[in-house]
Write a protein that binds this ligand. Structure first.
Ligand SMILES: [Zn+2]
Length: 417
């Protein structure tokens, strides 16, 4: 049993923050037991950590991030998606054929993710099994709850990233076989997106999904170009999402569709049917994708939405910055397309970044009793002339905070140094 004293903030529900100023939280075997303004007598002898004025919040979840593109962050951001893939992304991903290069890059990626308060993540590797296995093992060893996918692509990419269809399926099965029993970081099927996958490949992955009870992450209707390619290459399907539904990929485990910016009614219907998640990646949206998700309208229809850094279409690995950006983008969406769109509130953005997406990772993303204690202490955001309330500290952190404002990190109840 350990006791932590701080100001405590987490999402009560989609629209409200729960705020416990100057309170005590008890954590036993990595699980939250309760929160009190005055420490109960029975806990008086338990070890106490006092974070003073610091604000304790749940750790963040990143629902869409490309680890191999970490070295490209903040570069070539003036390109649009198709050119950016060809000139910037695919050449970098090809380098992960070299396991030594991969180890160096992935160590830095995992360190920076944790430093920025992300303790749960859905991560894309590359087509390379050895490098992707190293990424998964690194995250698993550090206790990060998440999913890592060996990417599949068997058309429309540069030669050294094109897989033979049969080999792609065989390599993926070996990857699932080896890691499906993992406790922290697990494998997930990762067909990159419709333009780079044949029907044969997607069907093969559907069979693996059933056999190993494994979910899927992919990119869904992320740009008008991608949406058009999907319809052109899979004319039998009414929409992008149906490509995966027909292959039996939607109901074997969690499904996370990256971006979901230009969905048709059919796309939305299928996602709602399977309780799938859309990953909203605000920075990527304004950099290489050039479209804005209908976040408010989709939330109101009951779609599950989490946030993604989308390194390196997005440039900032901190999911907290994406919470702020999602509010900004929803206002632009409402301004330019008022019909059917609304701005979202900061509590809604924070909820997407924590409690809503945390459901994918054993009910993390909250500090309610029973939750796994993955948490951060943030501080240093008030002004000498203006002391902020705990909820204002959280909002300001998302807008202008950095990893330097994260003063302590807890993962499964253990303080990380
Ligand atoms: Zn992506």
């Amino acid at each position: 049993m350990q006791i932590i004293h701080a100001n405590i903030v987490f999402s009560e529900d989609r629209e409200h923050l729960a705020v416990h100023p100057d309170s005590y939280i008890a954590v036993d075997k990595g699980v939250v037991k309760g929160i009190w303004p005055v420490l109960p007598e029975e806990y008086k002898n338990a070890p106490l950590t006092d974070h003073g004025d610091g604000v304790l919040i749940p750790a963040f979840s990143d629902l869409h991030v490309h680890a191999p593109q970490y070295l490209n962050r903040g570069l070539e951001m003036d390109l649009l998606l198709a050119d950016w893939l060809d000139k910037c992304t695919f050449p970098m991903e090809a380098r992960y054929a070299d396991p030594e290069f991969a180890r160096l890059a992935y160590d830095a990626f995992v360190d920076d993710m944790i430093a920025n308060g992300t303790m749960h993540a859905c991560v894309y590797g590359t087509i390379h099994s050895e490098a992707t296995a190293y990424l998964l093992e690194s995250m698993d060893k550090r206790g990060i709850k998440g999913f890592v996918g060996k990417v599949n692509m068997d058309r429309s990419a540069q030669d050294d990233l094109l897989e033979d269809t049969e080999k792609s399926i065989r390599d993926t099965e070996a990857f699932l076989e080896k890691y499906s029993g993992n406790k922290n970081t697990k494998p997930i099927l990762t067909p990159r997106f419709a333009p780079t996958c044949t029907r044969e490949l997607i069907n093969g992955l559907g069979r693996l999904g059933k056999k190993y009870n494994t979910g899927m992450q992919t990119h869904l209707v992320e740009s008008l170009w991608e949406e058009e390619q999907a319809r052109l290459l899979f004319p039998e399907c009414s929409c992008d999402t149906e490509i995966y539904e027909r292959a039996g990929l939607m109901d074997n485990g969690p499904v996370i569709g990256g971006h979901f910016i230009f969905p048709s009614e059919d796309d939305i219907r299928i996602m709602l049917k399977y309780d799938s998640y859309a990953a909203h990646c605000p920075d990527a949206t304004v950099s290489v994708i050039a479209g804005i998700m209908q976040t408010g309208a989709l939330l109101d229809r009951g779609l599950r939405i989490g946030l993604g850094s989308d390194i390196s279409a997005g440039h900032h690995i901190g999911v907290y910055s994406q919470a702020a950006r999602s509010v900004q983008l929803s206002k632009l969406k409402q301004f330019y397309e008022p019909e059917g769109n609304r701005k979202i509130t900061f509590p809604e953005a924070f909820w997407m970044a924590t409690k809503q997406s945390g459901k994918l990772f054993d009910g993390t993303g909250t500090l309610e009793p029973g939750a796994v204690f993955d948490a951060l202490v943030i501080d240093g955001l008030s002004d000498a002339a203006r002391k902020l309330s705990p909820e204002q500290v959280v909002e300001r952190f998302c807008y202008i905070g950095t990893k330097e404002n994260i003063k302590a990190r807890y993962l499964n109840g253990n303080a990380l140094c």
